[in-house]
Design a protein around this ligand. Structure first.
Ligand code: ATP
Length: 262
């Protein structure tokens, strides 16, 4: 039997900003068709990992490959196969969604007719048909997030990276995005996403990877993580592994105290 090869392989990944080491030896293998929830406290190193994977952040040590291509040496090859939905990306606000998606689609060498067809369908699924030709400067956070999501998927990539894809979305849009991620998985795509919404991560991920202070502190299915910590929710696993539970209690007390001080 052929040995199953990971589609994403990270070996001893280290990254520093000046003196500060923010990734301290990350090792991670991800297999075709997996949905991985990548979670951790603010500043843990999630976005940094994602930026290295998509090739926008160099100057790291260790080996990172996607579909067998080195993310640094074979960056152009890697980019053909991946999609990225960034957190709070700058959208070109003077553009309309259609203009923006044409711009992005052309970067992937898609034909204009194909981009227009996909963009029209996808924008309509998100309820944005009426603003397809409206400048995005007046758009709400959720509307922008939807356009960003489409822009990361428009070339139908095999591997999708999403940094906080649910940020700013209302309850209905969260449901839609969850459905879309599940369908992408059904279609055989591999997905790595970061999120702070624990119940979504709990339900949607085949595997959950928790990073704290630049190190992976847990890696397994929700069931596996639960047994490790003998706790009921991902929130409590997260809190116990990243030291947040007790700390949050104290901080909340201090917060209320500070509000009532004279
Ligand atoms: N350009 C930079 N220069 C210096 N330090 C940086 C830079 N970018 C990120 N950092 C630091 O690196 C660490 C990891 O940041 P990163 O954005 O990867 O965290 P994160 O897990 O994505 O956090 P969040 O949940 O807040 O998005 C943080 O301590 C951050 O302050």
């Amino acid at each position: 039997m052929e040995e199953l090869k990971p589609v994403i392989s990270i070996r001893n990944l280290r990254k520093s900003y000046g003196e500060k080491e923010v990734l301290k030896g990350i090792n991670l293998d991800i297999y075709r068709g997996e949905i991985i929830g990548y979670i951790g406290p603010n500043g843990a190193g999630k976005s940094t990992t994602l930026k290295i994977l998509i090739g926008t952040l160099g100057d790291f040590s260790g080996e990172v490959s996607i579909l067998g291509y080195d993310v640094t040496k074979d960056a152009m090859e890697v980019k053909k196969h991946i999609g990225y939905v960034p957190e709070n990306a700058m959208l070109y606000e003077v553009l309309t969604p259609m203009e923006y998606l044409l711009f992005i689609g052309r970067l992937y060498h898609l034909e204009d007719v194909q981009i227009e067809k996909r963009a029209t369908e996808l924008l309509s699924l998100f309820g944005l048909s009426e603003v397809i030709d409206t400048r995005m400067s007046t758009f709400s956070k959720g509307m922008r997030q939807k356009v960003l999501l489409i822009s990361g998927l428009i070339h139908n990539p095999e591997i999708v990276f999403l940094d906080e894809p649910l940020s700013g979305l209302d309850a209905n849009a969260v449901i839609l995005v969850k459905e879309i991620l599940a369908k992408l998985k059904e279609a055989g795509k591999t997905i790595l996403y970061s999120s702070h919404i624990m119940d979504v991560v709990e339900k949607l991920s085949d595997r959950i990877v928790i990073i704290n202070n630049g190190e992976i502190v847990a890696n397994g299915t929700f069931e596996e993580l639960k047994t490790q910590g003998s706790v009921a929710s991902l929130e409590s696993v997260f809190g116990s592994l990243t030291g947040g539970n007790q700390e949050n209690q104290t901080r909340a007390d201090d917060f209320i105290q500070a509000l009532s001080s004279q």
